[in-house]
Design a binder for this molecule. Structure first.
Ligand SMILES: N[C@@H](CCC(=O)N[C@@H](CS)C(=O)NCC(=O)O)C(=O)O
Length: 204
């Protein structure tokens, strides 16, 4: 299978999950502004929505939406324990986290990455990001190591990826010590290091 990605973008989340699983996969970089892929092709022809991540399966099917891709990957390798079994309440809890990250947190950064966005819109984005960070700070303050408890799940890969953007938009994690500790815990995972390195985000 092949993951279409942009370095450091939300596609880092499935990249981390693929790296955690450790089975062979390919990647292809996409310029998300021009929609030109590293191969020179038009990314709109792969994913008409124009967004990374997109996962092309060996049988030609394409899966889009990061929160969905990571669950598909986890379900293909159940022995890795990256998501609770479908149909369980625990799986619903995982989906609550994934949906919150996608709908409430991820997209709150949009004005902060949009050149020419008004100061008012940027302030709105910062407020939304800080509200989400407060939510995660409260969650982690019960001593859990990962969103679902003691064990890493695919939601952690997504939370790490999005929270990593704080450093590009000038939002300090200092008021969120538990979130900071989570970020350090994640960054120490060999699979996360491997994905960051593959995307050129680690100094040699
Ligand atoms: N709903 C999509 C959104 C993905 C998304 O926002 N991808 C961004 C990178 S983080 C992108 O490709 N942006 C290009 C664009 O806005 O045209 C998902 O959750 O996977």
């Amino acid at each position: 299978m092949k993951l279409f990605y942009k370095s450091g973008a939300c596609s880092l989340s499935p990249h981390i999950v693929l790296s955690e699983i450790g089975k062979p996969f390919e990647t292809e970089a996409v310029d998300t502004k021009t929609k030109v892929m590293a191969s020179g092709g038009d990314f709109f022809k792969v994913n008409p929505k124009g967004y990374v991540p997109a996962l092309l399966l060996d049988d030609g099917n394409l899966i889009t939406e990061g929160a969905v891709i990571v669950q598909y990957l986890a379900d293909q390798s159940p022995e890795k324990g990256l998501a609770p079994k479908n149909g369980t309440l625990e799986r619903v809890r995982l989906q609550e986290h994934l949906n919150h990250i996608a709908a409430e947190y991820h997209k709150s950064y949009t004005p902060l990455f949009t050149p020419g966005a008004s100061e008012e819109l940027k302030a709105f984005g910062v407020g939304r990001v800080e509200k989400a960070l407060k939510h995660y700070e409260d969650l982690f303050s019960d001593g859990r190591a990962y969103l679902m408890g003691d064990a890493f799940s695919v939601a952690d890969a997504y939370l790490f990826t999005v929270t990593n953007w704080t450093k590009f938009v000038g939002i300090s994690l200092e008021p969120y010590p538990h979130v900071s500790a989570f970020m350090a815990r994640m960054a120490a995972r060999p699979a996360v290091q491997a994905a960051l390195k593959a995307e050129g985000l680690l100094k040699a």
